[in-house]
Design a protein around this ligand. Sequence first.
Ligand code: G6P
Length: 662
Amino acid sequence: LQRLEYRGYDSAVAPPSTRAAKNMCGIVAYCGNAQAADILVAGLQRLEYRGYDSAGVAIIQKSEDSGGKQESKRQKSAAPKADGAEAKIKICKQAGKVANLAKACENSDVKGTLGIAHTRWATHGPPTDRNSHPHVSCDGKIAVVHNGIVENFAALKTKLEGLGYKMASDTDTELIAHLIYDVRKKKAMPLEEAVRQALTQVHGAFGLGVVCADEPDILIGARRGSPLILGIGDDEYVLASDASAVIERTRRVTYLNDGDMVVITRGAGYQIKSLDGVKLIREVQELEMSLQEIQKGEFKHFMLKEICEQPEVLENCMRGRLNHDTGDINLGGLTPYLQRIIAAPRIIICACGTSWHAALTGEYMIENLAKIPVEVEYASEFRYRNPVLYKSDVVVAVSQSGETADTLAAISLAKKHGCLTVGICNTVGSTIARETDCGVYLHAGPEIGVASTKAFTAQICVMCMIALKLLKEKGDDSTADFKKKLKALAALPDKVRKVLEEKEKVLNMSRVFRYASNFLYLGRGFNFPVALEGALKLKEISYIHAEGYPAAEMKHGPIALIDQFMPVVVIAPCNDPNAEKLQSNIEEVLARGGSVIAISDETKNEDLERKCEYVVHVPNTEEFLMPLLTVIPLQLMSYYIADMRQCNVDQPRNLAKSVTVE
Ligand code: G6P
């Protein structure tokens, strides 16, 4: 077994029951006058991009709520002996997608107007019915949904087992239910106080929803590290991990801060308090999001919709910010800090995944245009590698969701060192947006497809504007060249529209290559991050192995992989300063029997057409803006190949949109 351990070591290393459940997950909770199950399931469907391993609801059912139907196999009454109590908790939970839960709820009898729900993304503790949330206390009277991780899982579990509690799942969440029960039982205290006291024993991150059959008109939410937003409707409240699960009921919301707890009492409104019990006032805001933005409309998948939205996304991102006639760029959030930024010895950009690729493009842009040194860091490495940081450094976080745990931790570290922190986020009111000193929103609208597309182009667009703004602030904007650059940026949405007209060609090309098992993506200069992003998109959604490389690095390794089965995507615009070098790279691939797909500009080049199996043309633009065009065919190709391979494009296996645990 030791020799074979490389083939799998899940049960030999530690049985699942001894390991903590980490989850990113989505939470939604409701208190109002409508049937909670319908609202909760609809909310979970909106949050499903956060995790789709299992889903469940817990509804408080008062005697007047219960109908006459028999309980189904899946649906258990968590408090079989109601010992005289009027209410009990009904639970319905299922491994798999929210659609499974929706069916189970339809066939069961979960009636009631107050409840909590959860969709899970599991890394530990298999995605089974028993590990699905909600989890209940031993008497079945307290139910909990949780997004985050209990870091002192092992110690708490030993303690609780020592006290005689029996675990019904492998999850860390269940411990929270037992802890609340334990505190409450010992001191006979109200749920609110019991939750508060129980949480003092929990180390780690949580976004939490709690209900209790003994206090059937109370819904409690709390957060530390994981996001929670409270929607305030007419006589009803929706608590959720993000706004998309709230918008169908109300546009009025309050974003809970880290360390906040909200207590909603039917008929008596809500109160936000700190985890120490101090009353707090939080601003109520109007959501800008529209329902249409979170619906697929005529598109087969959200991802395709989001790819096609990119022209408008770029327009929205630049709206009111860019004026190429006057040469003005207005980035309101950054204005008071611009002098500090241009005086900084360096800018460090931290991000993860696709956002990291956008950050890399940002490095090329800021160094090329504004001539300020930039370093790009994987947030997960940066936070732990003890980096040298000076007060004068500027640390930028790039994050679509604004909730990525590692990126958030990178910002906390930078703040500890007194650096100026800047957020480039899409989600308004997200934690990173609030924790940073200043920032720029993408205004890309909600991105639902797990594989990021429109947020990536919007991030690059923001990077362009920042680079140009810094250049201007340094006083280098007097040349005609500066206005030309602004004009080129403003012209991009129409150019993206033109690239999207190539859809059919990309579709045909995808048909040819859909069975390949490896892809190589090559690019140079501004298009090197695009090569990385193209490869990431393909592997994320089609599960085809793909690697992105700087074209010149091919000789140092990947060239060994090239044969007739290896499609090589080369981003090779003909009016690129590196065009000749890229042509040589193409020759090297062809000499080894590889097939080349070239992404080029409109410059005529018969030689390229002759040699490459496919050439996709994008309009000509300034060199630094090319990534915004060359990435579009790569997004489309990944989409079509994944769809042809019948992969779940919007919810690729094992991934989640918002990675709120490290
Ligand atoms: C996950 C998502 C990616 C995303 C990355 C960073 O891995 O699947 O699409 O790029 O997180 O997320 P952020 O919200 O910080 O941009």
